[in-house]
Design a protein around this ligand. Structure first.
Ligand code: FAD
Ligand code: NAP
Length: 546
């Protein structure tokens, strides 16, 4: 129980700050800059990792890199920063993105306000003082008017509970917690579970090192070529004076990545013309086929199936063994309704003698043993086992923070039947808590640094308004939440997305309520709505005077 001076009975005194920001990835770093340096608030970042960078600190597996061009997958808030940093590749690799985020932390003198190696273990709203008590695993307590979650959509790793995993004598790894010192698989028999974005990036690298690599695949994936190259200044986008044009193009595009040549519709277009256009997009690389071919690709089942068939034919061409090619070929799910995946040498890796593909849909994993992995069909002897099994997306890291709102209600209980909020930013019953890229914002289906900046700006402006008007609290109303949930669902239901089991729906986590968690009308429309809410005196928020 808290008292008025911020002390908690029976525990140590709390440090008083205006805002606690949880997480030091793209989101936490910029949020700190906005609140501390632009608003003059006392703000502190708490970060579980021993360094800044978030995703790019933790995901050090070989082959990790972004699949949005680096000129777009970077901050835009500072033209000076843009001019001081040069990307060496079109799609930067993890070490370079991590260096960039460290450069940002130094460039804006952020480190002095960041506590590293510290995990937030509880955040409890105190109704008497309209502030939050934040506790850490280091026994520290903070009292803050505002808590801002920058914990990331994809930061809580998911390791399925296969029987016997603790008996395994070799080493196990989750790709999202890759050892800082790296791993040498030379001479080892390595197993990897999963064929999502992560596995598809790392498999070609592990295959080059391991004596044998066994890939355990449950679902085949549509992967298109990344087309990475060294940076080409002639391509432009980040030169002096180019920022405004680049930004405008990003915001004009649905996913925050410009594809100015996207065609409005593939309906009624001849098969030859479609294929020729798909071919051009394929050669362009990255998300071009998914986000830059036809605007109705994710709405029209027949057009979508044509794109799927196009990819299936490519897989057949790349993989020598027809049986392996068939196993790698996705069927029965629309293309692009799971997060699109980009590859470099993934399919060709299955032409190597030291790589085996195992179908764990037909013969599921039964157990992990001391010496390997047993499926319903065979036993595989392994020295190391990699879980490329993804994340408990959106809610995993929020729940792990043990957030309690009004009346001591736990967020887990409040969201027992699935998450709900307003604009992805604010939760009824949890005042003065803001969630950067929370569920039901464009988040993971928009260029993430761009969406993060928009959220941080909106939150900072809202906090500034609260301070100016001497408001004690701000929180979404239940009615606004209900209307937002209905709007997000109605938009999603117009598309093919909800027809596929994916982590967008929570379908990758056993028992997780099935709710489509992304606002799909695009970043531009979303930003307009956020701005309209402000212009309408924070429509849908309850604002309480001090
Ligand atoms: P994160 O970078 O996830 O940072 C969150 C931080 O919060 C973490 O460091 C975590 O340790 C910390 N944290 C969580 N809980 C606590 C707690 N209780 N206490 C203290 N600290 C806590 N997006 C794109 O748009 N394009 C891409 O190309 C792209 N590539 C990706 C590649 C990989 C391998 C992955 C996993 C994701 C990728 N993403 C990509 C999504 C990526 O997560 C975002 O682009 C972005 O990095 C998210 O930044 P963030 O700051 O919101 O969260
Ligand atoms: P993911 O896309 O969720 O893939 C997880 C893989 O593990 C899938 O193949 C899944 O199979 C498999 N799997 C999960 N649970 C399993 C189980 N119990 N038994 C057998 N197989 C199981 O996770 P991810 O690859 O880590 O990627 C997550 C997200 O991070 C991406 O979607 C993307 O947003 C981001 N990311 C981006 C990049 C990039 O290129 N920029 C790289 C990596 C990650 P099923 O499909 O059958 O569930």
């Amino acid at each position: 129980m808290s008292s008025e001076n911020g002390q908690t009975a029976g525990r140590g005194a709390a440090d008083h700050v205006d805002a606690v920001i949880v997480g030091a990835g793209f989101a936490g770093l910029y949020m700190l800059h906005r609140l501390r340096d632009k608003l003059g608030l006392k703000a502190e970042v708490i970060e579980a990792a021993t360094g800044v960078g978030g995703t790019w600190f933790w995901n050090r597996y070989p082959g990790a890199r972004c699949d949005i061009q680096s000129v777009h997958y970077s901050y835009a808030f500072s033209e000076e920063l843009q001019q001081e940093w040069t990307w060496s590749e079109k799609y930067a690799a993890q070490p370079e993105i991590l260096s960039y985020l460290n450069f940002v932390a130094d460039r804006f003198d952020l480190r002095r306000s960041i506590s590293l190696g510290t995990r937030v273990t509880a955040a409890t709203f105190d109704e008497a003082s309209n502030s939050w008590d934040v506790e850490t695993d280091r026994g520290r307590r903070l009292r803050a008017r505002y808590v801002i979650s920058a914990v990331g959509c994809l930061s809580a790793g998911h390791v399925p509970s296969f029987p016997g995993v603790e008996a395994f004598a070799g080493k196990t790894y989750h790709t999202g917690r890759w050892p800082v010192e790296g791993v040498d698989f030379t001479g080892q028999r390595v197993g990897i579970i999963g064929t999502g974005s992560t596995a598809i990036q790392t498999i070609p690298f592990i295959a080059q090192q391991a004596s044998h690599l066994t890939v355990f695949q449950r679902s085949a994936t549509y992967a298109t070529p990344l087309g990475n190259t060294p940076s080409d200044p002639a391509e432009g986008g980040d030169g002096p004076g180019e920022a405004a044009t680049r930004l405008a193009m990003e915001w004009e595009s649905w996913a925050g990545v410009p594809f100015p040549r996207i065609r409005p519709s593939g309906k009624g277009v001849s098969a030859e013309e479609r294929t020729a256009w798909f071919e051009e997009c394929w050669a362009q690389g990255g998300f071009a086929l998914w986000g830059g071919s036809y605007a109705d690709l994710l709405f029209d089942p027949e057009l979508n199936e044509a794109a799927a068939e196009f990819i299936r034919a490519k897989i057949k061409q790349k993989v020598r063994d027809p049986a392996v090619a068939e196993l790698l070929t996705p069927r029965g799910i629309p293309y692009g309704t799971k997060r699109p995946v980009c590859e470099t040498g993934f399919y060709e890796t299955f032409n190597r003698d030291n790589v085996t593909l195992v179908d764990i849909k037909a013969a599921p994993i039964v157990e992990i043993t001391a010496t390997g992995l047993r499926t319903a069909a065979a036993t595989h002897e392994l020295d190391s086992l990699i879980f490329a099994t993804g994340f408990d997306a959106f809610t995993g890291a929020l729940f792990a923070m043990n957030i309690r709102g009004r009346g001591g209600k736990r967020l887990q209980d409040h969201w027992g039947e699935g998450p709900r909020n307003y604009l992805g930013l604010s939760i009824h019953g949890f005042p003065n808590l803001f969630t950067i890229t929370g569920p039901f914002s464009p988040s993971v289906l928009f260029n993430m640094p761009r969406g993060i900046e928009q959220h941080c700006d909106w939150i900072a402006d809202s906090i500034a308004a609260m301070e100016r008007q001497n408001l004690a609290s701000m929180e979404a109303t239940a009615e606004a939440e209900a209307a937002w949930m209905a709007e997000v669902k109605a938009i999603a239901d117009m598309t093919l997305f909800p027809t596929t089991d994916s982590w967008y729906l929570g379908a990758n986590i056993p028992g997780k309520p099935r709710v489509f968690m992304v606002f799909l009308a695009g970043g531009k429309r979303y930003k307009e709505i956020c701005d309209e809410v402000v212009a309408d005196n924070y429509r849908g928020f309850a604002l309480s005077p001090a």
